[in-house]
Design a protein around this ligand. Sequence first.
Ligand code: 5GP
Length: 186
Amino acid sequence: MRRGKLFILSGPSGVGKGTLRERALKDVEGLIYSISCTTRSPRPGERDGIEYRFVSEADFKRRVQEGLFLEHARVHDAYYGTLRADVERELDAGNDVLLEIDVQGAKQVRSRLPDAISIFVAPPSLEELERRLRNRQTESDDELRHRLANAALEMEQKGAYDRILVNDDLDDASAELRRLILSYRE
Ligand code: 5GP
């Protein structure tokens, strides 16, 4: 049986990768999302085991010690990690798996699983990214500045990815992502 392919989606906060991910999961049959563990608190509407597995810092550190993570990183003052067993189980079952992780995590996965296909979602420009972040009004001014500074750093990593997907128009970008994922099934 064909082993599934692993796709990594990264990109700065506010670039629309969450929406692209949701669309890809809806549009591509047999594509599974790997639900990360995080120590951050749930935002309104987020459910444990759906958007994330919300865990305590002690629990997270125990899992790190036990080597359960395929990758893990600290992002915006919280820990995030991908459970290795979840990913391997789906790949073995022939399903393609999508990870939405930050640039540090992507680097770890690329070195551990060189066959993974990494995709960087970039904004048309940093000015446009700032406009989108301000419009969504989910962050305080401090948080916004922090995310924008982080975005500039993340953008420097985009050359390490297999593909760069510019999210100018959401429909175009999601069609391109779908085509890209399906192209690995031929
Ligand atoms: P948020 O807290 O806004 O959902 O996510 C913050 C950042 O953490 C995003 O860049 C997201 O891609 C990243 N992230 C989410 N899950 C993981 C994970 O399992 N590992 C890593 N390395 N980053 C993650």
